[in-house]
Write a protein that binds this ligand. Structure first.
Ligand SMILES: O=C(CO)[C@@H](O)[C@H](O)COP(=O)(O)O
Length: 136
């Protein structure tokens, strides 16, 4: 589950009860990432950590060994159909270099040519508008 929400702490138990096996939250949405990561693991879920375009990877790095996935937002959170921010790829590359075994996801504006994401080191993508475009 990618929890693009404020106060992500309040949804950990409900999501675990509902059967979620991974809980991804936004680093910017909590004042105590360490406690939240611990709580998610203790509720039987894996942990993903997302950062918005304005957040540097250095803020994520201290938590990288406690999570299974880093999510680099390539649009501002809010809605689909926005333009892919290719200037986020250095973050992906840096994370891949520093944490070779980490899943790295990019989310937002990813089109049919996802090579920049793969070349930077991402191994997971989220895309919606482009898929809808292919279906019509
Ligand atoms: O939720 C968000 C952004 O808020 C992302 O998941 C995007 O909605 C992905 O959609 P596209 O950018 O591929 O249309």
């Amino acid at each position: 589950m990618h929890m693009m929400v404020s106060r992500p702490e309040q949804w950990v138990t409900p999501m675990a009860v509902a059967g979620a096996n991974q809980y991804t939250f936004h680093l910017e949405a909590t004042e105590n990432p360490g406690a939240l990561i611990k709580d998610i693991w203790e509720n039987g879920m894996k942990v993903g950590l997302a950062i918005k375009p304005g957040t540097t990877v250095e803020y994520l790095a201290p938590w990288a060994n406690q999570i299974v996935m880093a999510l680099v937002m390539t649009v501002e959170p809010g809605f689909g159909g926005q333009k892919f921010m290719e200037d986020m790829m250095p973050k992906v590359h840096w994370l891949r270099t520093q944490f070779p075994s980490l899943d790295i996801e990019v989310d937002g504006g990813v089109g049919p040519d996802s090579r920049p994401c793969a070349e930077a080191g991402a191994n997971m993508i989220v895309t919606s508008q482009e898929v809808r475009n292919w279906c019509v």
